[in-house]
Design a protein around this ligand. Structure first.
Ligand code: G3P
Length: 250
């Protein structure tokens, strides 16, 4: 069976909210081209002003274009109000979070059903900046499954990664919280965190993030066993996000 990390679509039809199809990895003689498609590049727009509203659309188009030029698998993570951008680009959109609540008498939560209807095909859960207690995380995973949303669960340590692996997400993203938003990458400062995580979670593919800002960080992460990266500030806050993306995507 094809590993789960290859099942997240690498190319999406336009305007296909709620009915996206999985597209397999095409065969290629070009090793670099193939490598680009095997690794996953997840760009979290967070709540940065450069990644919100009209600017989110502009940045999403830049990510879309970089993905096409590099034939790479790029996913962007948007705020709930910006998820509808998915209809105007061809790369997959994830929510940054969903709440573990059902539709009904609740107020102010992010519903899986809603993000799905707006075109999200997956979500981050348990990001360092939006932690969820384990029981609620379990419920959120269950709701994502019911709504056929792909799941990336974030963890701050290998021990946490091991615990959340029991929920069988599609990916685990390891991000030491103290390195997030900085200029020293996880692969440079804490390589052991990546290798320990890949061992701890066994078959679940691992992304790594925090402080990633240049190609060498990505190459090192891949050498350490990561199947892709989760990155925010280096791309979103850059004056030239396209240049950074083209550099990061190997
Ligand atoms: O979600 C991505 C993240 O937390 C890493 O952020 O700014 O260190 O790339 P950054």
């Amino acid at each position: 069976m094809r590993p789960i990390y290859l099942q997240i679509p690498d190319k999406m039809p336009l305007a296909s909210a709620g009915r996206r199809m999985s597209v397999g990895i095409r065969k290629s003689d070009n090793a670099n081209e193939l490598a680009s498609r095997h690794y996953l590049y997840v760009i979290n727009f967070k709540t940065y002003p450069q990644g919100s509203g009209k600017k989110a659309l502009k940045l999403a188009r830049i990510c879309d274009s970089a993905a096409k030029k590099k034939k790479a698998r790029v996913i962007i993570c948007l705020q709930p109000a910006d998820i509808c951008i998915s209809r105007r680009i061809s790369i997959p959109v994830f929510a940054q979070h969903i709440d573990p609540v059902e539709e009904g008498q609740t107020t102010g939560y992010v519903l899986a059903e809603d993000v799905k209807a707006e075109g999200a095909v997956g979500t981050l859960l348990n990001h360092s900046e939006h932690k969820i207690p384990f029981a609620k995380l379990k419920k959120a995973v269950q709701i994502c499954r019911q709504n056929k949303l792909k799941i990336v669960i974030c963890a701050s340590t290998p021990a946490e990664a091991k615990k959340v692996a029991s929920l069988k997400p599609d990916y685990i993203a390891i991000e030491p919280s103290e390195l997030i938003g900085g200029k020293i990458s996880v692969s440079e400062a804490k390589p052991g965190v990546i290798t320990k995580t890949t061992k701890a979670v066994r078959k679940i593919p691992v992304l790594c993030g925090a402080g990633i800002h240049e190609r060498a960080d990505v190459e090192k992460a891949i050498q350490l066993g990561a199947k892709g990266i989760l990155v925010a500030s280096a791309v979103v806050k850059s004056r030239n996000p396209e240049k950074i993306l083209m550099d990061l995507i190997i």
